[in-house]
Structure formats: C-alpha cells, structure tokens
Design a protein around this ligand. Structure first.
Ligand code: BG6
Length: 475
C-alpha cells in the first residue's frame, strides 16, 4: 500500500468562502468581506482600489457565501459519509476578535468553532485548522495598516493563544497562514495590506512578510508550549516554475521565480532568511526592520510539516516577448504548449504535482501535506441536483496517481490530501459560484440566487471509494 495507514484524506474550505453569517454571532467585518464580485474584484484584491466597506453598487459574495454558518451540521455529516479522516477549515479572525485588537475574545465566535470541531469528531474527522485564510479584521487595516505594522504580531499572538487554549484536545493540526506567498501578489486579499501614495510597494510587502513570519514562528512556539501534541504547518501556493526552454537564462529565471515563493517556506522550515533573499533585499534597499530576538525566534521555532496548494505548474522565460500568458492561481504564467487547461485557463499538470512534491521534499525533508488541489469547473445538475462530473474525477485520479508515485517510487513522506472546495463554495479569485470544485453541489449562482440546497455529485461516491481503499481504488 502506497499511503500511510493513518493517511489524512479529506477536503478543505475557508471561512470567508463558505460561512456567510458575516454580521452574526458578534462577528466583525474583515478584508475578505468587502472584496466584491465583478470587474473591481481584482484591483481590490491587489490593493490598487480601496474598498473598506460595502457599497450599493457591488455584490459581496462572502456575506452569505454558502451559509455554512447555519448549515455546518448537514455539511459535516456529508463529509462523514464520504469517510473523511480530516476536514481543513479556517477560523474567521473577526468572529473571535471582531476588531482584532481587543483583549477579550468573543465567546459566541469561540463557541461556534468549538461546536463545529465537536461535530467533526462525532464522525471521526480530525479538524485541520488554518488560523488565517486570507482574512484580517478590517479595523486592523484601517487603524494599523494591517501586517505593515508590527503590532499585528501581538494581535495574532493573542488570537493563537486563545485558540490553542480553548481547543486543546479538539484540534491537533494547525496551519499558520494560508498561501503565505500570496501576500506578494494580492496584498489586500492575502493580508489586508493597502498602499499609500509614494510608498515603496516591495519594501512594504517584505516588511509585512517579516511580521507574518515572526508571527508564524511565535504561533508555532505557543502551540507546542500549550500542547506538545500540536503539529504546526506552513502553507504555500505551490507549483514549480518550468523554464520555457533549455536556454540557461530561462533555467536561471525559473530558479529565481521559484525562490520568490520558497523564500517563505525556507524561513518557516529552516528558520533562517536564505542568502539569496538577503542579497536581493540589500540590492533593492528593502531589507525589513527586525527586532532583537526575531532571528532567534525564527531559528528555534520551525514548522513540524509543510503544507501547500497545488493546481498547476508555471512557466517562465527570460525573453520578455514570450508572453502568451495563461491564467493561474492568483498569479499567472506563460502558457505551456504541452498541457491542457481548465475552463478558467488553469493548466492541468498531474506530473507537475509529483515534481513539486519531490522538489519540496528534497529541499526540506519534512513531512508534506497537500491541503488544496482540485478542478474548478462548470457543473450542470439534473433536476435532483446530481452532477455527472467525470471531468473532476479524471483530474483527481491523475493527481492522486502522481502523488502515489511520489510516495511509492520517490519516497516522499506525505501525511495527507485534502481536496479544495469539497463542497461548492465562492471562488477566491473571481468571486463566482459557477467555478465549482465540490463533491457536493450547492444550489446558488454568481448573483446569490438559489435555494442553497446540497446534493451529491458522482465524484462524491468516487471519493468515498478512494478513501475507503486508502487510495488503491481510483476507478
Ligand atoms: C487558493 C486559495 O488560492 O486556491 C483558495 O487558498 C482558493 O482560497 C483556491 O479558493 C482556488 O482558487 P479559486 O480562485 O478557483 O477559488
């Protein structure tokens, strides 16, 4: 058998893409709430257009999302039926600390997640908790400039301490920041960061990154102190960058591109700023301000495991003219002529997953965890809500085969696999409902119409078999 006996099969979601209930249970407003659907979504996510509250002209899909806030029992029951061993979800920071800088947490928010975790355990499902999946209370952006400001470390620390204490025994697996590298590409969505006129954007981003990295190390330290059983991971938007050709300049460019992403994990896993990053920052004059003790903290509190999302590989070229770009997970790449693409232009590359797994394992030698993977596609349900989603099954089968090879043939230590959007939810990049990943169909459209009824797709039954056979039966 390729996979460990205790392999963690499951699915993943994020609070802002599924919960809704944005103003219920004492919850405060967050950056992720005010990112609208439509043409303004991208500039808002990138921090180029300021939107710090709702207006009447836009539709904000996170407000209600798929209403998991009220329906989580029904949803977790379905995950249980599929045989999930784990369910990856994220905490809405502003449910616990509505403004972010309070001393005392919001009991209603804490109770909500406590009940949810207990519901998971009812079905033998181990929660895997992302402490922040892109979200940050909007008050922290308005008042402090979000992660630009070192004070955020203290507020995040308070959040973590509260969570680790309250959920001791209920949660053992934690991820500090979802896709931490997204901060460089979508600073408002990834970290609530906006820019002032004349600010050096790169300097701001790397300063915010330093704060997040310190916060992540601190969280790891506290998690271990509160409960030595806790396992803490980092999380990267992964997918190796291929050179467009074998021209050495292209190859070198691909190394540089990958380093932009691996920079974060190099720090979180090895505990040191890598020399290439220090040199780059020095050259550009953007070395972040650090305080005494930061480097020691980073060194002494590296992560227990490395998690990542994988949807596609990327391609880069040293030649500016080669720019027939393809879409990708929040940051695009050159089109790879050898690959097919999804309806949203994301290129499909199962072997790329094996390549990525190998690169990461060679680089870090720590257990790996694939916490996002899947196919965003248009589903057409019949009158009972049933979807014949063979395209999704094909995508997943090929990716699971590739990860099996990475384990079986290459010897990669893999802890688990949680497919993205196990229940249909709001797309992070486009805000659409139409871009579906789930095994469970949710009756809702891009404009927020629909009954929110849940129904099983063909892939529901397929994934159940995959889990029951520990990845042996993929037909
Ligand atoms: C990752 C995010 O970027 O990819 C998720 O962690 C996101 O939040 C997922 O939903 C898929 O992207 P999209 O844009 O298709 O929703």
């Amino acid at each position: 058998m390729a996979f460990r006996k205790d392999f963690l099969w499951g699915g993943a979601t994020a609070a802002n893409q599924c919960e809704g209930g944005y103003n219920e249970g004492g919850r405060g407003l967050a950056n992720v709430d005010v990112i609208p659907y439509g043409k303004d979504r991208f500039p808002v996510m990138a921090g180029e257009m300021k939107m710090l509250d709702f207006d009447d002209e836009h539709f904000y899909p996170a407000k209600e999302a798929i209403d998991m806030y009220h329906r989580y029992k029904e949803d977790i029951k379905l995950f249980g039926e599929m045989g999930f061993k784990t369910y990856r979800l994220s905490i809405g920071w502003s449910r616990i600390f509505p403004k972010g800088d309070e001393e005392i947490p919001n009991e209603e928010g804490l109770k909500f997640y406590e009940d949810l975790f207990k519901e998971c355990h009812k079905y033998g499902i181990e929660p895997l908790v992302t402490i922040t999946h892109f979200d940050c209370p909007i008050h922290l952006t308005k008042e402090y400039g979000s992660w630009k400001n070192r004070k955020l470390i203290t507020f995040y620390e308070r959040l973590c301490r509260t969570l680790f204490t309250r959920y001791k025994g209920l949660v053992r697996y934690w991820l500090t920041f979802n896709e931490i590298n997204v901060l460089l590409h979508m600073p408002f969505m990834g970290a609530g960061v906006l820019f002032e006129e004349g600010e050096n954007k790169e300097a701001v981003k790397y300063q915010a990154a330093h704060h997040e990295l310190v916060a992540s190390a601190l969280a790891t330290k506290i998690a271990h102190e509160i409960d030595p059983e806790n396992k803490v991971g980092c999380m990267l938007a992964a997918g190796n960058t291929y050179p467009y050709s074998c021209k050495p300049e292209d190859v070198f460019k691909s190394i540089e591109k990958d380093r932009e992403n691996y920079f974060f994990i190099d720090v979180q896993s090895r505990g040191e700023y890598p020399p290439y990053a220090l040199k780059m920052m020095e050259r550009k004059g953007i070395t972040p301000k650090m305080e005494e003790g930061d480097l020691k903290l980073l060194k002494e509190n590296t992560v227990d495991f490395i998690s990542f999302s994988y949807y596609s590989s990327r391609v880069t070229s040293s030649d500016e003219k080669v720019n027939s770009s393809a879409e990708g997970n929040l940051f695009g790449s050159i089109k790879n002529p050898y690959l097919k693409a999804s309806e949203w232009g994301w290129q499909i590359d199962p072997l790329g997953l094996r390549i990525t797994l190998n690169t990461m394992y060679d680089r870090y030698q720590k257990p790996l965890f694939i916490v996002e993977n899947g196919l965003g596609a248009v589903d057409i349900p019949d009158e009972n809500g049933y979807v014949e989603d063979d395209y999704r099954i094909d995508y997943m089968r090929e990716h699971i085969k590739a990860m099996k090879d990475a384990v079986d043939i290459d010897g990669v230590d893999l802890m688990g696999y949680t497919s993205w959007g196990c229940i249909d939810l709001v797309s992070a990049s486009t805000g659409e409902m139409k871009k579906r990943y789930g095994f469970i169909y949710v009756d809702r459209d891009n404009e927020g119409n629909g009954t929110l009824r849940r129904s099983k797709k063909k892939s529901f039954y397929w994934y159940k078999k995959v889990i029951a056979s520990n990845g042996e039966d993929l037909e």
